[in-house]
Design a protein around this ligand. Sequence first.
Ligand code: NAP
Length: 281
Amino acid sequence: MILIDGKKAAADLREELKKEVLSLKDKFNKVPGLTVILIGDLAPSQIYVRNKEKSATEVGLKSEVIRYSDSVEESEVLKKIDELNNDDSVSGILVQLPLPKHIDKQKVIEAIMPEKDVDGFHPMNVGNLSSGYESSIPCTPLGCYLLIKKIEPNLNGKKAVIVGRSNLNGKPMTQLLLKENCTVTITHSKTNDLKGECLKGDIIVAAVGIPELVKGDWVKKDAIVIDVGINKTENGLVGDVAFDEVSKVAKALTPVPGGVGPMTIACLLKNTIECFKRANK
Ligand code: NAP
């Protein structure tokens, strides 16, 4: 079984991006800039943002974090986003989720101009992705896609089963694999016979949030299995896939931690560079 090493894949990608930033700097005499807005002091968000900042600086991006207390007015955040939309030195804007209850998440997502929406959450980018046009692609599914392509460059005609239909993971994952000519089934909490559906998959992507939901006897021999889930349990962090059982049947599997997670931030940097390139065409 191939243990898909997300840390190594992410380090390789960052190395490539670093070179790309240098050549963009040569060509345009400026580097792509990523601005993250962080509201409140939720510990996981603080950690994510710190890691994003560190990785962005490492590959040579101009990186900035704007921090607000969780009592900030929605109008102040929207005003800042408008300012950043109009700032040429900012290629990508990300507002770290979740937001405090009094701030309308969708309003914030839609305030970021699609061309700087490095998370790929703006309805324009969602529509472009599903229509097959150029767009920012949500970072986690993009990372999963790149890992799958490393194992199997030609996905033509493969049967892919996506478990979970969130806007963040399942839906964009479906679009990415459709574009690669997979036959895609998207499943969710109301799916009848989830095990039967999973058993048909040459590729399974699990993005649910239920520890070890996908069992060994749900997986076809030699399937590629990508585990997006991050679940805190008494036994530490586990994914949505029962790792020990599935590793006996799968051709390739991502571990948790160390699989999909590290690719997410690397893909955010990639998206920032793509936004810069589109803006400087
Ligand atoms: P989400 O928005 O809560 O969506 C979960 C999806 O799973 C929903 O579509 C839900 O179906 C489906 N589901 C729930 N119970 C199910 C069941 N018994 N059988 C089949 N489907 C079921 O979650 P998310 O934001 O996509 O996140 C999923 C997991 O990925 C979480 O563990 C999260 O922490 C992790 N995650 C990891 C990364 C990373 O970088 N590695 C990034 C983001 C998220 P319904 O639509 O019918 O409710």
